[in-house]
Write a protein that binds this ligand. Structure first.
Ligand SMILES: *Cc1c(COP(=O)(O)O)cnc(C)c1O
Length: 375
């Protein structure tokens, strides 16, 4: 089928035009690039270019540019190195069969980036600049968007307080960049359920904290929990709420859903401690489109384990931009070791995954107009 969208096809182009392009004088050769795209080392290999832009308290945003990818220069007193004022985003560029390149709901990422920035007293980046910056980088490095199915160019916009100042205050000097890394399928050998460690000692955030903001600090706080999970042989960790230690929240970088015997879905409600995933939001809408009830509520971890044991919960999956949907086959904790159904990938989980991926790749209809064409 041909890719269509109701977004003004030139909208991203116009926004991208605000960015001045200075091409990389030493780009990767065609062979080097193809080799890196073919066997992507996610997060270790980056495209030829990056976006840069800066903010000064008295001037606002300026210096919109696409330039050669390369090291940043940073004063050792830069606030981010001491007080962690940093927020980021993650989204992907997808090749469609007709050669066009698309983004999935980039407006939702722009909005979340603003909410994250506000929480960390960083300046908000306007939606037009966010969309323009991402589109400008994708246009410039279009050759880096892989053509093989399920291979994408992962885009990482981020912002940090660069002012050299050891005093604690809202920053007066901030830098923004977008970098891009070719990525392959999250499960190269086919989708496989993962096992999850239920972490009950270390929390990633708490009430009134930064859980809803996509910031590096949340990840720093989650790593000891991730380490405990790995020690127990689990691929992923799920966190419970810090206030009571009883309610399911999310994984270190993915949201979580349960599928019930009667076909309804549940997912932890957005209480401020959970990252509001774009994938999470999209899955809620897709499931509702198909007549499934979805309830967002507080889910007690013990109730979930009991419902898995009794067969009331038939499937559990995690979701996020990187892996789209990851089936969960098993939960382990200090007290429990529970297998979900037969431990295999559930059929509704896989159906949702196929549907969402189909929309992203332009293979199925996009009734909500989630896709934006870049070029
Ligand atoms: C980014 C992220 C997610 C997933 O969000 P998507 O928009 O679906 O990619 C979930 N949890 C955390 C903690 C995250 O940082």
């Amino acid at each position: 089928m041909t890719s269509q969208s109701h977004h003004d096809p030139d909208a991203l182009n116009r926004l991208a035009a605000a960015f001045t392009v200075s091409p990389n004088a030493h780009p990767a050769s065609d062979e080097q690039r193809e080799a890196m795209i073919d066997k992507p080392a996610f997060g270790q290999v980056f495209s030829d270019s990056m976006v840069r832009m800066s903010w000064r308290k008295d001037q606002g945003w300026s210096g919109r540019s696409v330039e050669a990818y390369g090291p940043l220069s940073l004063d050792p007193a830069a606030a981010v190195l001491h007080y962690a004022q940093e927020v980021f985003e993650g989204l992907k560029a997808y090749h469609h069969d007709d050669g066009s390149i698309w983004l999935f709901r980039p407006d939702a990422n722009a909005e979340r980036f603003q909410n994250s920035a506000k929480r960390l007293s960083l300046p908000e980046l306007g939606t037009e600049d966010f969309l323009g910056s991402v589109a400008a980088l994708v246009r410039q490095d279009a050759a880096w968007v892989p053509r093989r199915r399920e291979y994408t160019l992962y885009l990482r916009p981020f912002m940090y307080a660069s002012e050299p100042y050891l005093g604690v205050r809202a920053p007066q000097q901030v830098d923004y960049c977008v970098i891009a890394s070719p990525s392959g399928p999250y499960f190269p050998g086919g989708v496989k359920p993962v096992s999850i460690w239920v972490e009950n000692r270390w929390f990633r955030t708490g009430p009134g904290g930064t859980g809803f903001a996509k910031c590096g600090g949340n990840y720093a706080a989650s790593m000891v929990g991730e380490g405990r999970g790995a020690q127990h042989g689990c691929e992923q960790v799920c966190f419970v709420d810090a206030a009571t230690g009883t309610y399911l929240e999310e994984l270190g970088g993915m949201n979580i859903f349960t599928v019930h015997r009667d076909g309804h879905l549940e997912t932890p409600s957005l209480t401020g401690t959970i990252l509001p995933g774009v994938t999470r939001r999209s899955i809620i809408e897709l499931a509702q489109d198909e007549g499934h009830e979805v309830s967002e509520r507080m889910i007690k971890m013990d109730d979930l384990l009991a419902d898995i044991r009794s067969g009331e919960v038939t499937e559990v999956f995690a979701c996020g931009t990187a892996a789209i949907i990851t089936p969960i086959g098993r939960f382990k904790s200090d007290e429990a070791d529970v297998t979900v159904a037969d431990g295999e990938s559930g059929s509704f989980t896989m159906h949702l995954r196929d549907k969402l991926l189909g929309i992203q790749l332009g293979e199925v209809d996009d009734p909500h107009d989630w896709m934006w064409k870049v070029c």
